[in-house]
Design a protein around this ligand. Structure first.
Ligand SMILES: [Zn+2]
Ligand SMILES: [Zn+2]
Length: 144
């Protein structure tokens, strides 16, 4: 229904445009700006949709959006172990084998706490839990 309404509105607009053919310059300028706006708008929608589809965490320290992933406890344990032993690449590989994109895997691995209940950035103690924001530097931690 919404589509039909949109079409008839567009048609009316087109007719109005034809009656003003003398002002080509102005019309082109208007078109250019409205095109730009539309593109920006579309971009925003994509970002919003991403947030709706996959729940994400926001790191308030580096502004990264981080996936709220559903990997098994076993995988979480392995990832944190690998990161803590310095095997970042292997930790990322493991997440990628669990259907995570490279960028997401990278973001997760850089936010894993170096020790249980310790912030990965400022090393202050953080609350217990698996997904914790540091109360000192506001970094998000995968406290797995
Ligand atoms: Zn961060
Ligand atoms: Zn911190």
């Amino acid at each position: 229904m919404g589509l039909l309404k949109g079409k008839s509105e567009g048609g009316a607009g087109g007719k109005r445009g034809h009656s003003n053919m003398d002002h080509w310059g102005t019309t082109d300028e208007i078109k250019a700006t409205s095109r730009k706006r539309r593109r920006l708008h579309a971009k925003n929608i994509i970002v919003d949709e991403q947030h709706e589809d996959v729940p994400r965490y926001l790191c308030n320290q580096c502004s990264a959006t981080l996936p709220a992933i559903e990997v098994s406890a076993a995988v979480r344990g392995q990832v944190s172990q690998l990161v803590r032993s310095g095997a970042m690449i292997q930790a990322m590989d493991l997440l990628r084998r669990n259907r995570m994109s490279l960028n997401a895997a990278k973001a997760v691995c850089t936010h894993v706490s170096p020790k249980k209940n310790q912030c990965h950035r400022c090393s202050e103690a953080i609350e217990r839990g698996e997904y914790v924001e540091c109360s000192v530097c506001y970094s998000f931690n995968y406290n797995w």
